[in-house]
Structure formats: C-alpha cells, structure tokens
Design a protein. Structure first.
Length: 115
C-alpha cells in the first residue's frame, strides 16, 4: 500500500520559517519525481516546487529564493524548507510522487501564516 504522509505544518508568523516533510512508503522512492503543491482557500491547487530522481529542481516564481526542495532517498522523504513566509503562502501543502505512468498524492498539511 502506497502512502505519502506530510507533516510540519502549523501556524507561523510572517517572515518566519517552517520545514515540511513528506514521508513515502510502498514505492521505490528514488525512482519518483517529487512535487510540492499547495491550495489556498478558494483557489486552485498550484505547483510550488519539484525535484527529479536525479535532484534537478524547479520552483514557482512566487517562491523562488524563499523555498528550497530537497530529498533524502535513504529516508524516503522529501522536504520543503520555507523561509520568509508571507500571509499569501497560507495553504494546504500536498506532496505528489510521479513516475512515468502513475502518481500518488498525500493528504496535505496546513500552513497558516498570520500574526
């Protein structure tokens, strides 16, 4: 059974930092590209950052220079380090695992940026 479990969300003040984790099980993690998405209230889900099996990374323009995606294949985990957080970063953050013909989603973790 495949599971992706996000953690690390919570309430953070503007300008603060948080690190999200997504732990995978039931897949050969190193074969999968991993992507973080987010969905803010009333908005469509959007891609935030992605990392390939060979550690190539990409970011949405809105988070470049503030967010960093990384992976630890030994721990079957992908991370999203989020710095200089803004109120409009408030969203449920999801991770997705993708290979050539299949994808899996986690259930998300809520990040609220507010003073």
């Amino acid at each position: 059974q495949v599971q992706l479990v996000e953690s690390g969300g919570g309430l953070v003040q503007p300008g603060g930092s948080v690190r999200l984790s997504c732990a995978a099980s039931g897949i050969i993690f190193s074969d999968y590209a991993m992507t973080w998405y987010r969905q803010a209230p009333g908005k469509q889900r959007e891609s935030v950052a992605g990392i390939s099996p060979i550690n190539s990374t990409g970011y949405a323009d809105s988070v470049k220079g503030r967010f960093t995606i990384s992976r630890d294949n030994a721990k079957n985990t992908v991370y999203l380090q989020m710095n200089d957080l803004r109120p409009d970063d408030t969203a449920v953050y999801y991770c997705k695992a993708t290979t050539s013909d299949i994808e899996y989603w986690g259930k998300g973790t809520l990040v609220t940026v507010s003073s």
